[in-house]
Design a protein. Structure first.
Length: 156
């Protein structure tokens, strides 16, 4: 069955390196489910402006803080700097996929071939503008150097 996943542009990168770690237990439980769905194949990503299906647990209690993890931290999902990160990621995806018209609202099938190509682009630093300033960057660099073997999404 096809699963349509709302995915903000910089999360096209984060799904490549997701290794079961995140901001809270709720966050990782949700991301685990989404990663499993992508890994099974048949997943379509709808390019989303603003918070997406990965962000959702961080927004659910409506207080500006998430629950289920320790310590509770403010989320940044609506911040302008995160939207700027999305715009940069979308620009990279347009270039990398040779698809200049690619835009918010468009849908892309997350095939094994696409995930593999994006990981190659990630390792070659061709799609990583959005990673600049990200607190997870060193962790993601390590996972990339290890050829993503410790990442949850494995599609052969
Ligand atoms: S460095 Fe940050 S933005 Fe880049 S893939 Fe990792 S978590 Fe995502």
């Amino acid at each position: 069955m096809t699963h349509v996943l709302n995915l903000r542009p910089h999360h096209f990168l984060c799904i490549l390196t997701y290794a079961g770690r995140g901001y809270s237990e709720n966050f990782t439980r949700n991301f685990d489910d989404l990663a499993a769905s992508i890994a099974r194949g048949g997943c379509i990503a709808r390019i989303t402006r603003g918070p997406d299906d990965i962000c959702r647990p961080r927004l659910e209690n409506g207080s500006g803080h998430e629950t289920g993890g320790a310590p509770s931290r403010p989320h940044h999902c609506h911040d302008e700097r995160i939207q700027a990160r999305d715009d940069a990621a979308l620009a990279d995806l347009r270039r990398f996929l040779s698809c200049p018209a690619l835009d918010y609202g468009d849908e892309i099938r997350l095939t094994p071939e696409l995930i593999s190509a994006l990981r190659t682009g990630f390792q070659r630093n061709q799609i990583r503008t959005a990673c600049l300033g990200c607190e997870w960057k060193e962790f993601c660099n390590t996972l990339s150097r290890e050829n993503f073997i410790n990442c949850l999404i494995q599609m052969r």
